[in-house]
Design a protein around this ligand. Structure first.
Ligand code: GTR
Length: 422
């Protein structure tokens, strides 16, 4: 995603009074000014009981999930939704014979007005048994992740901003392969993994009114302060793709790793926290509302994100914008909800907006829950240098370079998958 260049951001801040808006507090990038804060303890229940066993943690887990639903992402509707999986295209020799490529549409039987989620799935030809799979939503349509000419352009609303290649929020041929560098499909396949992706806008187009044409138009309760937001919807969509993957004999559905970048990283963490069918979770620069601690005043803040992207969260979340210390949870507890499953948290040094150190510290604070299961999470580590992956069941790196998903990131995820998921 593009980000505001500092000059433009400053100009907008200066214009805010003229636009009738209260000026936004400036972003802090000075570690000395972060301040002190007390984090809620994942291992103390609401009733004040210390959690010392996995059995007690399971109860505390339910409590924490509810706190995140009530205060951050909103309540994911519990009702089962009837799905119909339609395999629309299978290419047995995709990418020069490297993969079987399938396109599957997930239709919502009871809601024919909703568009399907169109899944693009690559399975390595070399697989002798059901393949473990990386699952991640993409930002601009399946045609953006690959240069293959026969992937249909998404017909859904797409952002005009990404790459400047859409016209009136509709995809054009210029978008083909636009984000292919973020999806090293052939490398992943050669390592024996399948790759599944779908456009996040199939579940809900990412703009304030987008929910009118997405799953939140038929599920949820818009009168409630805990109504789910778009991140909740995207997370829900990931679970529906999981429903499909469980039916595909070519896929090892016990080894589905949910991976996401930035806002989709936030959704992937929330998906992995709620749905324990995901064997591992990978958060790529998910930042505020994702892996980063909310209580740190550094880079993007709760106030900023809830002002700019209120549709991502439940309505109550915004009420914490000037009183983050009162938020009943912090993001290390979201990470703890992934335990004891493997978790990868990745930051980029050129993406201070996402608060790399805050993402790392959040992982550190999840340690106690991994320990309950006899696992080492990040372990006793200091904030590492650039491009220096650390940790065990929980891993972390701070890559050099900008907000993006690169070959370096994928090289770490593949190693992590080989060691902990395979
Ligand atoms: C930014 C937003 C971040 C992150 C990012 C992205 O504008 O402030 O929280 O989600 O977008 O998704 O690339």
């Amino acid at each position: 995603m593009t980000r505001l260049v500092p000059g433009l951001a400053l100009l907008l801040t200066l214009l805010q009074p003229a636009l009738g808006q209260a000026p936004e507090p400036p972003a802090n990038y000075d570690e000395a000014k972060v301040g002190t804060f007390t984090l809620p303890d994942p291992l103390v229940s609401k009733a004040g009981k210390r959690i010392t066993t996995p059995a007690d943690w399971q109860k505390r887990r339910t409590e924490l999930l509810q706190l995140f639903a009530d205060n951050v992402y909103g309540q994911t509707p519990a009702q089962a939704v009837k799905l119909r999986f339609q395999v629309s295209n299978v290419d047995q020799a995709a990418l020069n014979g490297l993969a079987t490529r399938k396109q599957i549409s997930i239709f919502f039987t009871d809601y024919p007005q909703l568009p399907p989620i169109d899944v693009l799935l690559y399975i390595p030809k070399s697989a002798q048994k059901p393949a473990p799979v990386f699952l991640g939503l993409n930002f601009c349509g399946n045609h953006c992740v690959t240069t293959e000419a026969d992937i249909p352009l998404s017909t859904r609303w797409v952002s005009n901003v990404i790459g400047n290649v859409s016209v009136n929020n509709r995809a054009t041929e210029k978008a083909r392969g636009l984000q292919a560098t973020r999806w090293p499909i052939e490398t992943v396949l050669k390592r024996g993994y399948a790759l599944a992706t779908a456009y996040y806008g199939d579940i809900e187009p990412d703009y304030p009114q987008g929910w009118h044409t997405g799953i939140r138009s038929v599920l949820g309760d818009t009168t409630k302060a805990s109504n789910w937001g778009a991140i909740g919807a995207w997370a829900w969509g990931l679970s529906r793709i999981m429903d499909y993957l469980q039916t595909d004999p070519a896929i090892d559905s016990k080894r589905v790793m949910v991976m996401g970048h930035s806002r989709i990283g936030k959704a992937s963490l929330w998906a992995g926290a709620q749905d324990t069918r995901f064997a591992a979770v990978i958060s790529n620069e998910s930042g505020e509302g994702g892996a980063a601690l909310a209580r740190r005043w550094y880079g993007e803040t709760l106030e900023r994100i809830s002002t700019h992207f209120p549709h991502w969260f439940c309505p109550r979340y915004t009420t914490y914008s000037k009183r983050v210390a009162e938020l009943p949870v912090d993001q290390h507890e979201l990470l703890a909800l992934i335990a004891p499953r493997p978790l990868y948290i990745a930051s980029a040094d050129g993406d201070q907006w996402s608060d790399p150190r805050g993402e790392f510290l959040s992982g550190v604070e999840a340690e106690g829950v991994y320990r309950l299961y006899g696992k080492t999470g990040l372990g006793p580590v200091r904030f590492p240098g650039l491009n220096e992956p650390v940790g065990q069941t929980v891993r972390y790196h701070n890559r050099s370079g900008k907000h993006d998903v690169t070959d370096y990131d994928w090289a770490q995820y593949l190693r992590f998958a080989d060691e902990l998921v395979r």
